[in-house]
Design a protein around this ligand. Structure first.
Ligand code: MLT
Length: 248
């Protein structure tokens, strides 16, 4: 079965152990994680709150590669952190070879909510096709769950569009009539199909896009709308989740 959980609270915890899961926070945590890895970060570690990031940074062994703190609260950089949550900040000269210690309001928490799943990926519009290709190889092994982070417990348009983009690429590549999609998965698929030629405009219309515009971060909407511009697979392992580029 292929399903979309429109919020982490919609998850059927019992289905997780036998599932490949994609966590989507298109604006912006997933897009930032994927950009950091595409630009050479060794890994991105995910934390529920800024205090946990600070603790990890303080305990960081001097012998290890550089640790960079990143994340946001209220869309803005957390006091004392190196970077905020804009993909634009995670350039190759800043992140190459480094480990990013990241905490965001909804995205990193959604990733923490799916711990225990068989395979966990971080997805967004930037890596939709690459993520779909990885899921395709395992569609017959248990469930496939696309989990939208949402915003403060509310469904977020952009996360459903990200889930729909992945489903679009899956269905584009396979003509199997036996693939069972839930109605929520079909909704995400059709929502993406309706706006796939005007994603930057669509992101501007949702509440998450409006929040970023109000915070003076409108250019991030274009970055996060760039479909398949970072064709990597981002896979999370362990607790706290460590996200790395998968070679699959
Ligand atoms: C989040 O995790 O809530 C988002 O990534 C917020 C943001 O856009 O900075």
């Amino acid at each position: 079965m292929i399903d979309v959980a429109v919020l982490p609270t919609w998850l059927d915890a019992a289905a997780l152990a036998d599932a490949q899961v994609v966590v989507l926070d298109v604006l912006r945590a997933s897009s930032t994680i994927v950009t950091a890895l595409a630009h050479g970060a060794a890994e991105v570690r995910l934390f529920a709150n800024p205090e946990a990031v600070r603790t990890a940074r303080q305990a960081w062994p001097a012998a290890e590669a550089q640790a960079i703190t990143g994340g946001e609260r209220g869309c803005l950089k957390i006091s004392g952190f190196d970077l905020g949550n804009s993909p634009a900040e995670y350039t190759p000269d800043v992140v190459s070879g480094a480990t990013v210690l990241l905490s965001t309001t909804n995205g990193t928490r959604a990733a923490l909510a799916v711990r225990g799943a068989r395979d966990i990926y971080i997805g967004c519009l930037l890596n939709a096709e690459a993520t779909a290709a990885t899921l395709l190889a395992n569609l017959d092994r248990g469930h496939t769950l696309l989990v939208a982070a949402g915003t403060d417990g509310k469904v977020a348009l952009e996360d459903l569009l990200g889930a729909g983009a992945i489903l679009w690429h899956i269905l584009e590549s396979t003509y199997r009539a036996d693939l069972a999609l839930t109605d929520t998965a079909w909704l995400a698929y059709h929502a993406f199909g309706a706006v796939k030629k005007r994603l930057p405009a669509a992101l501007r219309l949702g509440a998450g896009g409006q929040n970023l515009i109000r915070a003076g971060l409108e250019s991030d909407l274009d970055r996060c709308a760039a479909l398949n511009s970072q064709p990597i697979v981002a896979q999370a392992h362990g607790d706290p989740p460590r996200v790395m580029r998968s070679q699959k």
